[in-house]
Ligand binder design. Structure first.
Ligand SMILES: C[S@@+](CC[C@H](N)C(=O)[O-])C[C@H]1O[C@@H](n2cnc3c(N)ncnc32)[C@H](O)[C@@H]1O
Length: 202
């Protein structure tokens, strides 16, 4: 399943939805969301499902030379675009792996940030447990999507069978998954301005 999805995302790396630069409005929104999640210069941030590295680049600037961004994606083609985009960004490391199975240093990150990706994780509990393991005790977990939940899950938006079942959990499901993973929700917002969940270690 995961291999098939990996190949699917490989085919998407040249598509406009994956590569187009963020508009000024999107960039401003992401800056606000990061700032609300406490992303500050000097922090160590982890970004699973970084795709073509657009947010990675933004965060690299935000955290500055004293901080570090580790960005991961299972798609070789997506990471290739990220690698080109982030050439020379000394505070960025890129990893090719699945979020659920990757090995990272526990207790290391100040923030884990999922942008436009959480619904795609095949094993969300494994993803959340990994997040809880790598966050520092005061670390923040953020899920953000430009769209509201009903749009993320709208079957008409799914561009291929392989992602048809990739759904954002309901509020109740999210609370339960976070709790099973040793985290607690600290903020939830679902509106036509986007979807945001913030959580911390329980
Ligand atoms: C919709 S794209 C979003 C990319 C990026 N976050 C953005 O907003 O442009 C989802 C990305 O997550 C990656 N992905 C999906 N499931 C993954 C998993 N289990 N582990 C690692 N990467 C994954 C895909 O390869 C793809 O690049």
């Amino acid at each position: 399943m995961s291999m098939d999805k990996t190949r699917f995302f490989d085919t998407q790396a040249t598509e406009t939805w994956a590569r187009a630069e963020y508009t000024d409005q999107e960039t401003e929104k992401l800056r606000q969301v990061m700032s609300a999640a406490g992303v500050l210069p000097g922090m160590n941030v982890f970004e699973p499902g970084c795709g073509t590295g657009r947010l990675t680049q933004l965060m690299s600037h935000q955290i500055g030379p004293e901080g570090g961004v580790v960005a991961l994606d299972m798609s070789r083609a997506m990471l290739e675009v990220s690698r080109n985009r982030l050439k020379g960004a000394e505070n960025v490391s890129l990893i090719m792996d699945t979020m659920e199975n990757t090995n990272l240093v526990p207790d290391y990150f100040d923030a884990v940030i999922c942008h436009n990706v959480f619904h795609h994780f095949s094993n969300k509990i494994a993803m959340l447990r990994k997040t809880a393991e790598i966050l520092k005790p005061q670390g923040q977990f953020l899920i953000h999507h430009f769209l509201e939940l009903s749009e993320i899950n709208n079957p008409a938006r799914k561009i291929h069978d392989i992602v048809y079942q990739d759904l954002m959990p309901s509020l109740e499901q999210m609370q339960s998954m976070l709790s099973l993973s040793g985290m607690k929700m600290t903020y939830y917002s679902d509106s036509n301005d986007g979807f945001i969940v913030r959580a911390a270690l329980a």
